[in-house]
Write a protein that binds this ligand. Sequence first.
Ligand code: HMG
Ligand code: MG
Length: 302
Amino acid sequence: MALPTSIKLFEMAPRDGLQNEPGTLVPTATKIELIERLANAGLTHIEAASFVSPKWVPQMGDATDVMNGIARKPGVVYSALTPNLKGLEGALAAGVEEVAVFGAASEAFSQKNINCSIAESLERFEPVLARANEAGVRVRGYVSCVLGCPYEGDISPQKVAEVAKALFDMGCYEISLGDTIGVGTPLAAKRMIEATRQQVPIEHLAAHFHDTYGMALANLYAVLEEGISVIDAATAGLGGCPYAKGASGNVATEDVLYLLEGLGINTGIDLQAVIDTGYWITNELGRKPSAKVALAKGISRQ
Ligand code: HMG
Ligand code: MG
């Protein structure tokens, strides 16, 4: 067992965390403050916004104002989702330095989420990558439903590997593998990584696990053993996908940090500052963090 010696943490709370927030729209100023607090806590990769159709995802409708409003901290990458050229143009105008396209390993989910087949989505991403490349902007690629689909059930590891390879060959520098509905278990997660790493080098793969069934940390530990060294997580365990009914939040950044500290893997991120940020944002949303570590340690008394 050789665990990675360092881990890149990709913070999801401002995008995956808030995109599915029911009820009233989260104010732009709150989103901006969240992003700035996360950067101050030491997070260096923050998915800050999503340039998707506001009719499909109203919570992300202020992406331009969010991106323009944040005080950018040197050394921090603020990225955004861009499903098509229209989204990319908006993101470029707002000065992003990194974007992400998102596909799926499930046909039904692809249709529900982005209104096209997997093959069509890959065709649609080609010009996005070409334009981003021209603008000197890196592109990350997501594959959703890697451990199960809300519409199709089981998904084969080979299908995940195939879509991940297509995104990687197209020029995505990193492929984030999403257990969108959090149904995976450790052995399935390992098998999925073992199939995918044969197509995409392991250092270009990331784990993006939702915690619906409480398995996300166990699954993460399993894939760390496979050599995964990039983890997506959301402070306070915020998150979900509007097109994956019942899916709960991402694995909580607080819980991942505690796990990594226990494994002797230093991230340079201030756990207590993340916990405090989690209490702050969930208070704004009218609830408590779902991160176990945040509940155990509590907010600091500044
Ligand atoms: P469409 O309706 O097929 O696209 O949507 P269209 O090109 O026919 O355009 C229809 C309308 O949308 C037009 O407006 C366009 O201008 C507008 P109208 O003429 O009707 O007024 N439009 C846009 N507006 C703003 N920004 C854009 C944009 N594109 C078109 N970029 C589309 C296709 C992909 C846009 C749509 O299906 C969509 O926005 N889907 C949102 C999907 C989404 O955001 N899902 C959640 C994120 S993915 C996720 O959470 C999973 C992940 O976390 C990993 C995991 O957990 O697995 C990443
Ligand atoms: Mg997600």
